[in-house]
Design a protein around this ligand. Structure first.
Ligand code: DGY
Length: 322
């Protein structure tokens, strides 16, 4: 029997995933689950042939250039891959894999939770109840904004954007979107395509960010684009924090120019901008879009599938093609 291949596993993953990995591979793992430094990523890779990482591990060009030549695959426990310099990996001949599809529903569910949580001021109401400040029912307390029947603008109509749109249609929302190309199927035939943000954003009573983080989408929501939103807009981000410029959104939330925000992701997370904590019109979650037992196991198994195919000399089933 040939020896098991050795892989670097940078974090602790769900039990069933770790078990499947241990059955098939010799692991260089991270038992105390600490954040591996760039030097540790490089030195721990010395004896490995592939790496299983997650979005907290940053594979910059500098790190990738210093990886030993025995590393042929990096597979990330995420669909997003902005933490990996794909061009540097391509240049070095390292294959990249990710976990599409299996987290679409869980993430879209959380986008809807953020939309409702933000517009119905769920944080303020829940905090009042838990803090013993709920005196009696009042027709003027805890008023939020009506979501059903409003316009929803989506930036990024990939799998998750489309799943958000389909859910929002159940709330009788009219769907507008901006994407590289129109999406004509899957129950979204009536969604209105905008080639430019300038025409999309005035329709964004609700704005859902579902695009990847790229140099083009970095701080896409900024002082200028916020000016294009209608009054009482609600912004929801389940994509990547840096799509929003916090220095533009926070003052807009403070002044009421933007009515509310539902944020599951943050620039520089977990060190997010603490000014959000002082705002009652913000519904905050700690990047839990894909955090269900079922989804996290499925994500891990996708990574295992990528590893198994790679070591069998086959094309990996979930390649990053950027
Ligand atoms: C992803 O997969 O990119 C998410 O942000 C983590 O679930």
């Amino acid at each position: 029997m040939s020896a098991k291949p050795t892989i670097l596993v940078t974090r602790q993953f769900p039990k069933a995933v770790m078990q499947r990995l241990r059955e098939n591979y010799t692991l260089i793992d991270n038992p105390d689950d600490h954040d591996l430094s760039p030097d540790e990523l490089i030195s721990n890779a010395t004896k490995a042939e592939a790496i299983l990482c997650d979005p907290t591990n940053h594979f910059s060009k500098a790190v990738i250039d210093q990886l030993p030549s025995n590393i042929g695959l990096i597979t990330t426990f995420s669909v997003g891959y902005d933490h990996i310099d794909a061009a540097a990996a391509n240049e070095k001949g390292i294959k990249l894999g990710n976990t599409p599809d299996v987290l679409t529903d869980a993430t879209a569910d959380i986008a809807l939770l953020c939309m409702l949580g933000a517009s119905r001021l769920a944080y303020k109401a829940a905090q009042a109840l838990r803090g013993g400040k709920w005196g009696r029912w009042s027709s003027t307390d805890f008023l939020g904004f009506h979501m059903s029947g409003k316009k929803l603008a989506i930036i990024g109509m990939g799998r998750i954007g489309q799943a958000v749109a389909r859910r929002a249609i159940g709330f009788d929302m009219q769907i507008h979107y901006h994407n590289r190309r129109p999406v004509m199927a899957g129950g979204l035939e009536e969604a209105i395509y905008h080639t430019e943000l300038e025409s999309l954003l005035p329709n964004a009573s609700y704005l859902s960010l579902n695009c990847p983080l790229t140099p083009q989408t970095h701080h896409l929501i900024n002082e200028n684009t916020i000016k294009l939103l209608p009054e009482n807009a609600v912004i929801v981000n389940t994509a990547r924090g840096a799509v929003i410029d916090d220095n533009a959104l926070i003052p807009a939330l403070q002044s009421g120019r933007v009515a509310a925000a539902g944020l599951d992701v943050f620039e520089n997370e977990p060190n997010f901008d603490k000014r959000y904590l002082d705002l009652e019109n913000v519904f905050l979650l700690p990047h839990i879009g894909s955090a269900t037992y079922e989804t996290r196991d499925a994500m891990g198994f996708k990574c295992c599938d990528n590893l198994d195919a790679y070591f069998a000399g086959e094309d990996i089933p979930n390649p990053i093609t950027a």
